[in-house]
Ligand binder design. Sequence first.
Ligand SMILES: *[C@@H]1O[C@H](CO)[C@@H](O)[C@H](O)[C@H]1NC(C)=O
Ligand SMILES: *[C@@H]1O[C@H](CO)[C@@H](O)[C@H](O)[C@H]1NC(C)=O
Ligand SMILES: *[C@@H]1O[C@H](CO)[C@@H](O)[C@H](O)[C@H]1NC(C)=O
Ligand SMILES: *[C@@H]1O[C@H](CO)[C@@H](O)[C@H](O)[C@H]1NC(C)=O
Length: 483
Amino acid sequence: MLQPRFVGAVVILWLLSWTPMAESAIGVNWGTISFRRLKPSGVVNLLKDNKIPKVKLFEVEPDILKALKGSGIQIMVGIPNEMLSLLGSSPSAADLWVSQNVTSYIGKGGADIRYIAVGNEPFLTSYNGQFQNLVMPAILNLQQSLVKANLAGYVKLVVPCNADAYEASLPSQGTFRPELTQIITQLVQFLNANGSPFVVNIYPFLSLYDNGDFPQDYAFFEGTTHPVTDGTNVYTNAFDGNYDTLVAALNKIGYGQMPIVIGEIGWPSDGAIGANITAARVFNQGLIKHIMSNKGTPLRPGAAPMDVYIFSLLDEGAKSTLPGNFERHWGIFSFDGQAKYPLNLGLGNKELKNAKNVEYLPSRWCIANPSTDLTNVANHMRIACSVADCTTLNYGGSCNEIGEKGNISYAFNSYYQLQMQDSRSCDFDGLGMVTFLDPSVGDCRFLVGVTDKGSNSSSSETAIHWYVLVLFFTIQSMLSFSV
Ligand SMILES: *[C@@H]1O[C@H](CO)[C@@H](O)[C@H](O)[C@H]1NC(C)=O
Ligand SMILES: *[C@@H]1O[C@H](CO)[C@@H](O)[C@H](O)[C@H]1NC(C)=O
Ligand SMILES: *[C@@H]1O[C@H](CO)[C@@H](O)[C@H](O)[C@H]1NC(C)=O
Ligand SMILES: *[C@@H]1O[C@H](CO)[C@@H](O)[C@H](O)[C@H]1NC(C)=O
């Protein structure tokens, strides 16, 4: 039965739906820490085919910005934390940054840069405050540079924060961490004065991964056996609870109405218990439905976040596994731009569309030679996996149960593909051999590499989920194969 206040909310919702501001957009994070990257133009076509209107980049990469020119896709570009010190201490460095990394791309037929992310999660607890005081000086200099470049009305500065910037046992009690209160108050005053949103990254997966007692169904959007009751409000999913904790924290510093953008959110599909295709699909689809419903949260009913950037577009096989083996498997697409599961992004297509014209290496794989004695293989495996990606072999991964020989073959193949199928890279002192029969078993996919003609820039994206690092340092598998 509809209660009057819900009817009211529906009417307001209906009214809001006529104003473009009320519509949240779904975007994606496009990270590039991969051994073999798809051509930027191919990825831009992938974005366009999937009608994805917004993209978030961790750095300005010239080949990517060039490929985005004229695409109509709105862009958030990031500045690495390591640059904050320079940009905060030198107005001319900030001018130069803006002219080289924004002004030169923007304009008619250019790249539509809308946001600059100043640092990436600079207040993260595990950074021990090292970037904390560098944020505001960098922001103030960059803002002056934007003003000088006549771009301040169009390009907005933001600071993506990790959800560890605030805390509470119940959402309504949310506060920023005491040591951050002053700095975040200054930041929020700045954002408010300049029409910028507050950007936050929220990861229910990591809450689940971090904490064995975390009720699994609370991470998703399908109802829970463990709702959180907060006064008259009842929370049935971790996202709403986390979001409202931020709303309460903003309210406490006097900015309860501050627009919020979700800079990163997603679910990995491999590399850990709880990271699998089904869970990733259920989480991401549930999230998108929830956002698109405009139901909002108990503290912001009828108002979804401004924008939501899914983490992530593509798997990144060269990311550090310090946070966990799942770190290389956040993509809604695999590294080669193929959809991992059906997903309706709410942007017009019912399902994801795959990347087209991907240039694969020939269909061949490197496996363990079945007719040789493999007792001396351990060292080869260790080396192969220290360079190439073997994370799916670990406990909870999609290739964990393919047996000892399977393990060896998987490692050999990963290395071989990484070496662009150079025949010498399948030698392993005579233990390896090339096959033309796909050795994939069940869900365990033996990859074929892609050629990476046309992409040569290197990147140092720092979007590793560092805050689980401390907790999980000890259990981190260093790929110690005991074959
Ligand atoms: C790398 O890419 C840039 C920009 O796309 C290009 O100008 C340069 O020639 C490329 N370098 C190599 C070694 O391919
Ligand atoms: C532009 O951004 C790139 C990538 O972050 C950085 O390496 C470069 O130094 C920046 N340019 C300037 C002039 O600061
Ligand atoms: C996938 O992960 C979910 C939770 O994240 C878990 O409940 C489920 O059992 C997992 N499925 C498989 C096949 O491992
Ligand atoms: C394969 O390798 C993984 C990762 O090291 C390990 O957990 C698993 O036990 C191995 N399987 C066999 C049969 O050795």
